[in-house]
Design a protein around this ligand. Structure first.
Ligand code: ADP
Ligand code: MN
Ligand code: MN
Ligand code: MN
Ligand code: MN
Length: 382
C-alpha cells in the first residue's frame, strides 16, 4: 500500500494480516525527531504548556496551546478551560473547569520563546476546585505581606523503575545491601539516578525557579531538591513546577517519580517535604524569641495541622512519622535544636545567631505546599 499526499510519497506501508507496519528504515528515529524539533517556527507562534494540579491533589496535568505573542505579564496570558470530568475535578454534566494562569515560566523542554503556565483551577461557578489550595494560600499571604514571609521547601522523592521497584535496588525485589548507611549525599554505587537529578537542576534553573540545591537521600534511589528561601507564594509555585519538570524528565529516562511518604515499607526511610519558614522579625536581631513563640504555636496546633500535611488527611504520613528514620511521632509534637528527630527543628546557627528561621519537618513528600504555607502564614492572621 502506498500513501501519497499532494503527489509526494511520504511512507511505504506493508500489509501483514490486518496490521500495517511501517517499512523498516536504517535511519535512527532520533534523526527524524531532531529534524522536526529544530524546524524554525514563526516568531508569533509561542507554544504554551498550561499546567495544573488534578483532582488527586498530587498528579499534575498539562495541555498545550499556541499563543500569538510572548506573554510579558501574567494578565496577558489567556484563561483556558478543560474537561474536569477526566481529571477528577468536576461532574460530567458540569465539566467545564477553568484554568486561571498564576505564574509563567520559561519552558526548559522547548526553550525560548516557549513557556509553561502554572494555573489555578476553578469550577464553572467561579469557586476554587477542591484541590485548588493556592487560592486560599494567596489570600492569606497577601494579608501578611508586610511581615515579608520567606519559605524554603525541601522536596524528597523516589525514582522507580518500570518494575515498580526503586532504581539501583537489586532486581526481583531485592534490597540494597548497605541499607541506609551510605546513600545520604552519597556517591558511586550507593546512589542511583544522579543524571536525572542533574537534568532536573538545570531545567529548573533555566525555567526561572528559585531552585536552591539537591542531594541524594537516605534511601537509595531517592533524592531531594530545595527551592527558596523565597518571598511569598513563589516558593510553593516553584515547588509544584519543580515536580512537573521532574515528572517530564522522568519520561525521557523511563523512570517513575513517587512522592509517597513511605514507599518501601516500615523498615525503609520515609519521604518528606520539610518547610522552612521565617518572617522579617525572625530574621532580625533577637528574632529567636519570635521563632520560639511560633514553634510553640506549631506544636499547640499539631493535631489540626498534621491533617493538612499530606494526602488523605495525612493518614499516609502516619506511616512515615514513626519516630524512626529522623522523624518525630505522628501523634505528638516536639521542637528542638539541631535534632532531626524533632517535629520542628531549629538549626544550631539559628540559636547561635539568635535569629533566622524554623524548619517544620512534619509535611509528607506528597503534601501540598500551598496548604502548608497557608497554615504557617495563618499564624499571623487575626
Ligand atoms: P536540611 O536538609 O539540613 O534541612 P536544606 O539545605 O536541605 O537543609 O534546607 C534548608 C532550607 O532552608 C533551604 O531550602 C533554604 O532555602 C531554607 N532557608 C534558609 N534560610 C531561610 C529563612 N531565613 N527563611 C526560610 N527558609 C530559609
Ligand atoms: Mn477534546
Ligand atoms: Mn534538606
Ligand atoms: Mn532531606
Ligand atoms: Mn530539612
Amino acid at each position: 500500500l502506498k500513501l501519497y499526499t499532494a503527489g509526494i510519497k511520504i511512507f511505504n506501508f506493508q500489509k501483514k494480516g490486518d496490521i500495517f507496519f511501517r517499512q523498516k528504515t536504517t535511519t535512527p528515529l532520533d534523526t527524524y525527531f531532531n529534524h522536526y524539533i529544530s524546524l524554525p517556527l514563526p516568531k508569533d507562534k509561542i507554544l504554551a504548556s498550561y499546567v495544573w494540579i488534578d483532582g488527586s491533589g498530587i498528579t499534575m496535568r498539562s495541555k498545550d496551546r499556541v499563543l500569538e505573542k510572548l506573554p510579558c505579564e501574567l494578565s496577558s496570558v489567556p484563561k483556558w478551560s478543560f474537561d474536569g470530568s477526566s481529571t477528577g475535578q468536576a461532574k460530567p454534566k458540569d465539566s467545564d473547569t477553568v484554568l486561571i494562569p498564576s505564574a509563567v515560566y520559561r519552558d526548559p523542554f522547548r526553550m525560548d520563546p516557549h513557556v509553561i503556565v502554572l494555573c489555578e483551577t476553578y469550577y464553572g461557578d467561579g469557586t476554587p476546585t477542591a484541590t485548588n489550595h493556592r487560592a486560599n494560600c494567596a489570600k492569606i499571604l497577601s494579608k501578611i505581606s508586610n511581615l515579608e514571609p520567606w519559605f524554603g521547601i525541601e522536596q524528597e522523592y523516589t525514582m522507580f523503575d518500570f518494575d515498580m521497584w526503586p532504581i539501583g535496588w537489586p532486581k526481583c525485589r531485592g534490597y540494597p545491601t548497605t541499607k541506609s548507611l551510605f546513600s545520604y549525599c552519597g556517591v558511586g554505587e550507593h546512589v542511583a539516578g544522579r543524571e536525572i537529578a542533574e537534568c532536573h537542576a538545570r531545567a529548573c534553573i533555566y525555567a526561572g525557579l528559585d531552585y536552591a540545591g539537591s542531594n541524594a537521600e537516605v534511601m537509595k534511589g531517592s533524592w531531594e531538591y530545595q527551592v527558596g528561601a523565597t518571598l511569598g507564594i513563589k516558593a510553593a509555585d516553584d515547588l509544584w513546577l519543580g515536580r512537573y519538570i521532574l515528572n517530564r524528565i522522568a519520561e525521557h529516562f523511563g523512570v517513575i517519580i513517587s512522592y509517597h511518604p513511605k514507599p518501601m515499607g516500615k523498615d525503609q526511610p520515609g519521604i518528606g517535604c520539610h518547610h522552612n519558614f521565617s518572617v522579617k522579625t525572625m530574621r532580625s536581631d533577637g528574632g529567636l524569641t519570635e521563632i520560639e513563640k511560633v514553634c510553640n504555636i506549631l506544636c499547640e496546633r499539631h493535631t489540626s495541622l498534621i491533617k493538612n500535611y499530606g494526602l488523605m488527611d495525612g493518614e499516609e504520613n502516619r506511616k512515615r512519622l514513626t519516630g524512626k528514620f529522623e522523624t518525630a511521632a505522628y501523634d505528638s509534637c516536639r521542637w528542638a535544636v539541631a535534632d532531626r528527630g524533632a517535629s520542628v527543628r531549629l538549626q544550631r546557627n539559628v540559636v547561635a545567631n539568635k535569629k533566622g528561621f524554623l524548619e517544620d519537618r512534619r509535611p509528607a513528600g506528597d503534601c501540598d505546599p500551598y496548604r502548608i504555607c497557608a497554615l504557617l502564614g495563618e499564624i499571623y492572621v487575626e
